[in-house]
Design a protein. Sequence first.
Length: 172
Amino acid sequence: MTVPAARSIAPELPAAAVPTRPAGIVSRGVAAAIDTVAVVAIVAGIYLGTAFVKLLLRPREFTWPAYNVFFSMAAFLVVAIAYLTFFWSTSGRTVGSALLGVRVLSTRGRRVNWMVAFLRAVFCALFPIGLFWVVVNPRKRRSIQDIALRTGVTYEPILRPGHPPVLPGETD
């Protein structure tokens, strides 16, 4: 006896039938702020983790690790690039973009590969002002990073059983 495979409750539509719209500066900015908080929390966790290991290994000689601005900025950039690369290449969504309902895709509407995600992460971490090109080009809403790497940030359609897909901010 075979058990039928479970079916998704979301309507299966071809990619062209699902509406998309480029994400604007506010959605991108709020998502970036949430991601910045997440990266700072990861870096702080690493700092506290190293302090804890230091405490476990030499409890009598324990002192807090010295704060170094250069090391902290380098650690922040490395963690931010790793964080963005991982999420953009696996799901196209970071924690912030998932909360705001946006996703990074290639211009063909597919998930970006590891190399493009890495290059985009480096470009965004080292040249964040390029994200403001979205304001200069309001029709296409693409940042300099998007233009250079042929990517885009789009709103994710909201899929509910029995309803057509809608974009955030729209009603069905």
